[in-house]
Design a protein around this ligand. Structure first.
Ligand SMILES: [Cu+2]
Length: 125
């Protein structure tokens, strides 16, 4: 059996292309945070909800946003929801928050089942 000649530039380029495609399609399937309201580390008037925009559509059953106050206690009794019209957006409706620092923890499960998560904080004036 004869091995392919890797010194041939055309073959090398097509192999590199295949590898690059594999890497990017895998990376793109994960849902990453693209923006949020409030933004990370923002100082804001008490918001009515936390909204997070992701790079990929989410699986509603497994994705969620949790909010904790300065003492680490859950600050919200309600559940977050994936937006009905845009599955890349998740909302957490908020009660009237008192002044202080709040920690947001999110879990995003993309439609391919891949899970990502992250944290950020915001401050209510
Ligand atoms: Cu993925």
């Amino acid at each position: 059996m004869k091995l392919p000649d890797f010194s041939r530039p055309a073959l090398r380029a097509s192999m590199l292309g295949a590898v690059a495609l594999l890497v990017t399609s895998t990376a793109f399937a994960h849902a990453h945070l693209s923006s949020s309201e409030p933004a990370a580390n923002a100082e804001v008037a008490a918001p009515s909800e936390v909204t997070i925009h992701f790079t990929e559509p989410l699986e509603p059953a497994f994705s969620k946003i949790a909010l904790a106050d300065t003492s680490g206690k859950a600050a919200v009794a309600t559940e977050s929801q994936v937006d009905k019209d845009d599955a890349r957006v998740m909302h957490l409706p908020l009660p009237q928050l008192s002044a202080g620092r709040y920690a947001v923890h999110w879990i995003a499960v993309a439609t391919d089942g891949h899970r990502s998560q992250g944290d950020f904080a915001f401050i209510v004036k």
